[in-house]
Design a protein around this ligand. Structure first.
Ligand code: GLY
Length: 280
């Protein structure tokens, strides 16, 4: 067995602002270290849900509380989780007024209907005891009023546990200022996918990620090349040549991690028994 490993990200498309990057580093480090300890006594599936829950609760990131707002000024969030061991995938798309979309997606893993959208997702969440929560922060409302344009950001986590089981979870408030009804990659396997060989979580412009089927192809190529690193080395330049704006983090069953982006900066941190590794 390769040993435990965890990689988390807070999205891509960040500029070179040192204050923002050092804030991101501090927040990601804390969550990565907490969740690596958590992984010692929990499965990879439980750990990716916990990591994404903590990222959703931090208003710095565009997921859960602090989600970007859509064109009509409302926050509609999407999240998914996949168990590479069982091949199960659960997701919510465009859910409103819940605190942790990733926990609703996790709950759906046990259901026959595992991908729910909009009002149906919210009603399911309420039936399952997830209370009413307003994820809109004053800061995001201010930016929405001022900018009225797309922004970037998504959060995600991939992990492998002591049993060699891989899992992945991803959550987002979307790309910001999108049309209500637009579907994000973060609630689909193309943005969040795991097998028994590898796991990948995407960030960037959802339409580009969907058209490249990015997570699925990273995982499949990792399997074919027997390394997640080789999959990234091959696929990221390919999608860059097609002018896609996307990035991802990944982990393979040998506990090796990798990441890549076609956009300015991807903020990601990986942890193994040998210590921390940072992308920025
Ligand atoms: N990757 C997040 C989104 O485009 O919705």
């Amino acid at each position: 067995m390769p040993g435990r490993a965890l990689v988390i990200h807070g999205g891509t498309g960040y500029g070179p602002n040192k204050t923002v990057l050092s804030q991101a580093r501090r927040r990601l480090r804390r969550i990565a270290q907490t969740c690596f300890t958590f992984l010692a006594s929990h499965s990879s599936l439980e750990t990716v849900a916990e990591a994404v829950r903590l990222l959703e609760d931090d208003p710095f990131f565009n997921a859960g509380t602090g989600s970007y707002l859509q064109r009509d000024g409302r926050a509609r969030m999407s999240a998914s989780i996949m168990d590479g061991h069982t091949g199960r995938f659960g997701a919510v798309l465009n859910i409103e007024r819940v605190r942790n979309p990733v926990l609703v997606a996790s709950r759906l893993l046990g259901e026959r209907d595992r991908i729910l959208a909009a009002d149906g997702a919210r009603r399911y969440a309420r039936r399952q005891g997830f209370g009413d929560w307003n994820p809109v922060t004053a800061e995001r409302l201010k930016r929405w009023k001022l900018l009225k344009e797309e922004e970037h950001g998504t959060v995600g986590a991939a992990a492998i546990d002591d049993h060699g089981r891989l899992a992945v979870a991803t959550s987002t408030g979307g790309k910001g200022f999108e049309l209500p009804g637009r579907v994000s990659d973060s609630g689909l396997p193309v943005g969040n996918y795991a097998s028994s060989f590898a796991a990948a979580s995407c960030t960037g412009i959802g339409e580009d990620i969907v058209e490249e089927a990015l997570s699925v192809r990273l995982v499949e190529r990792a399997h074919a090349a027997l390394s997640i690193h080789k999959a990234f080395q091959k696929l990221i330049p390919e999608i860059k040549a097609r002018k896609r704006r996307a990035g991802a983090v990944g982990l393979d069953r040998n506990g090796r991690m990798s990441w890549g982006t076609t956009m300015p900066i991807l903020i990601a941190i990986g942890v193994t028994g040998r210590g921390l590794k940072e992308s920025f």
